[in-house]
Design a protein around this ligand. Structure first.
Ligand SMILES: Nc1ncnc2c1ncn2[C@@H]1O[C@H](COP(=O)(O)OP(=O)(O)OP(=O)(O)O)[C@@H](O)[C@H]1O
Length: 244
C-alpha cells in the first residue's frame, strides 16, 4: 500500500449463494440439507474490483441498481469478507449503512444513544459528552423518552445519523442515507459531511443523485454488474454517466 493511500481495494470479488428453489419452512430446509437436495446458484456481486484512494479524498460510488455499490461499502467497512482479493484500510471507520440497524426498538431514543454508541465502540462517558449534540442535531428533543418503535422511519434515520457522525472519523461511509429524512434534514446532513471533509475525513459515498455526488466527491468509481466501468476524476465521470 502506497504511503498516501488510506484505502486500497485489491482484486476484490464477492460471491453470494442464492437458493435455486423455494423452501417453505425450517424443517423442509433442514431435511433437504441433510438429503443434499438443496441447490444453490452462484452470483458474483463484485468481480475483480481494484482501486485505491488517498487521505482526504471523497469517493462517490455510482451505478445502476444491483451493480454492487452497497456490497463494496460493506466489504470496505469489514461487514462482509470478500470471496477473493483483499482490502486494506488505514484508520477508524464510521459506517452509515442501514441506519438504525443497531437500535433496540423497545428501548427509548435516549437508551438507544448509549446502546448504539457501545456498538460503535464508544464508552458511556464519551456518549454522555456527545449526548446534547446528538439531541440537538436530530431535533428530537421532545422524543428522547419515547420507544424508538413509535418513531417514523425519518426520525429513526435522524437519530442514527446524529449518533454515527459524532467526532471526526478518519473514514466516513455513507450509503444512500441522505435520501431519507426531509429536505431540511438532508441539507443539514450534507453540511455535517462537508464539515468532516474540511477537517480531513475521507468519504465513501453512495447516492443515486449524481448532483449530490458531484457536490461532495472528487473521485468516482462507476460500477456495472459488479465490475469497475470507470474510476477517476469525479467531474469527468459524472458527465459521461449522466450522458449514458
Ligand atoms: N446477502 C446477499 N445475498 C445474496 N445476494 C445479495 C446479497 N447482498 C446483495 N446481493 C446481490 O448483489 C447484487 C448487488 O447488490 P448491491 O446491494 O451491492 O447493489 P447496489 O448497487 O447497492 O444496488 P442499489 O442501487 O439497488 O442499492 C444484487 O443483485 C443483490 O441482489
Amino acid at each position: 500500500m502506497n504511503q498516501q493511500d488510506i484505502i486500497r481495494v485489491d482484486h476484490v470479488s464477492m460471491r453470494f449463494s442464492l437458493a435455486s428453489e423455494k423452501v417453505d419452512s425450517f424443517k423442509e430446509y433442514f431435511i433437504k440439507t441433510l438429503k443434499k437436495q438443496l441447490f444453490y446458484d452462484e452470483f458474483w456481486a463484485l468481480s475483480d474490483v481494484s482501486f485505491s484512494i488517498q487521505r482526504g479524498d471523497a469517493l462517490g460510488l455510482i451505478g445502476l441498481n444491483g451493480s454492487g455499490k452497497s456490497t463494496m461499502l460493506k466489504v470496505i467497512a469489514g461487514v462482509l469478507k470478500p470471496t477473493k482479493g483483499s482490502v486494506e484500510v488505514r484508520g477508524n471507520v464510521a459506517p452509515l449503512i442501514e441506519l438504525g440497524a443497531g437500535f433496540d426498538m423497545d428501548l427509548t431514543a435516549s437508551e438507544n444513544i448509549f446502546l448504539n454508541g457501545a456498538l460503535l465502540g464508544r464508552s458511556h462517558e464519551e456518549m454522555e459528552e456527545h449526548y446534547q449534540d446528538i439531541v440537538d442535531f436530530s431535533e428530537l428533543q421532545n422524543f428522547m423518552n419515547v420507544p424508538v418503535k413509535n418513531f417514523s422511519s425519518g426520525m429513526v434515520s435522524r437519530l442514527a445519523f446524529a449518533i454515527a457522525t459524532i467526532g471526526t472519523p478518519d473514514i466516513l461511509i455513507v450509503d444512500e442515507v441522505l435520501s431519507v429524512g426531509d429536505f431540511h434534514f438532508q441539507e443539514k446532513c450534507q453540511a455535517r459531511i462537508q464539515q468532516m471533509l474540511d477537517a480531513g475525513t475521507t468519504l465513501l459515498f453512495v447516492s443515486h443523485s449524481i448532483e449530490q455526488v458531484k457536490m461532495l466527491c472528487n473521485k468516482i468509481v462507476w460500477l456495472e454488474k459488479g465490475c469497475v466501468k470507470m474510476f477517476g476524476e469525479a467531474e469527468k465521470i459524472a458527465e459521461i454517466y449522466s450522458a449514458s
